[in-house]
Write a protein that binds this ligand. Structure first.
Ligand code: XBP
Ligand code: MG
Length: 258
């Protein structure tokens, strides 16, 4: 029986990646760094989950043997740029730049009223989650989600299943009792490796990706009711569509740097 809904953040709860991209470019400009990520470049970079990992992957593409230019090490430079980016993103989101995607809040409210557990499993920074959900739901958002796995608690980024495996541990539920909402192939791989059925709502950056093992692929969650989710979830269980148990260590390795 369906007992919990587990949500990815970026691209799923809200279409955030354009705000992230603008924040990266703002941080680079403020630091005097000549990098500018257009949509094409950023679309390729999204194969690498995690903003710090993304910066380093791009830097190594530009300079195979990178030289630090802010701080004493390459990691210092990455950390500084990412901190500035996170501040810029939080400001944009607090200013209302990014609404929740269609149907998300209605489904969260319905599930909460039906006493389902709600969780977040993301590779983004904790500050980004708070900025987005504070701006779109208000301070009560923390009362809605009983488990949050993010870049701080799950450092192995999607498609590694760590965030989902830790979410199951903290929910103290089997994967068969949960349903995941994701937007990307990396996210689908991570959830599937953890043995979780996954509903995909693609976005502009992920619409051409392979979602072959998803339970469903929908344009968005507008009009999606809990009763429908329960039916899809039960049907998947009855015809054995649900992924097998966690494949853990055999999980796909983190996104291949470009
Ligand atoms: C998507 C990501 C994140 C964001 C940028 O996370 O991969 O890295 O693109 O946020 P999700 P950070 O798992 O929610 O789809 O700079 O904080 O990483
Ligand atoms: Mg996502």
């Amino acid at each position: 029986m369906l007992q919990a809904l587990v949500f990815d953040v970026d691209g799923t709860l809200a279409d955030t990646e354009e705000a992230h991209r603008a924040a990266f470019n703002q941080a680079f400009a403020e630091a005097g760094c000549p990098w500018v990520w257009d949509r094409d470049v950023y679309g390729q970079l999204l194969a690498v989950s995690g903003g710090k990992e993304r910066i380093l992957a791009y830097w190594k593409q530009q300079q195979p043997d990178p030289e630090p230019f802010l701080g004493n090490s390459v990691q210092d430079t990455v950390d500084y740029l990412h901190a500035r980016k996170t501040a810029a993103y939080a400001q944009a989101v607090q200013d209302g730049a990014v609404p929740l995607r269609p149907g998300v809040l209605a489904l969260i409210e319905e599930a909460s009223h039906a006493d389902l557990r709600l969780a977040i499993a993301t590779t983004t920074t904790p500050a980004n989650i708070d900025a987005l959900l504070q701006a779109t739901i208000g301070s009560r958002w923390r009362t809605l989600f009983s488990v949050i796995e993010d870049a701080a608690t799950a450092p192995l980024k999607k498609p590694h299943p760590q965030a989902y495996l830790q979410t199951l541990q903290h929910l103290q539920l089997p994967g068969a009792a949960c349903l995941v909402f994701e937007d990307s192939a990396n996210g689908l791989q991570a959830a599937t490796a953890a043995g979780l059925a996954t509903l995909i709502t693609p976005n502009g950056y992920t619409e051409d990706q392979d979602f072959g093992c998803a339970l469903r692929v929908l344009p968005n969650l507008a009009g999606v009711k809990l009763a429908q989710l329960r039916a899809w979830h039960e049907n998947a269980a009855s015809c054995g569509e649900r992924p097998s148990g966690p494949s853990g260590a055999r999980a796909a390795m983190p996104g291949t740097p470009i």
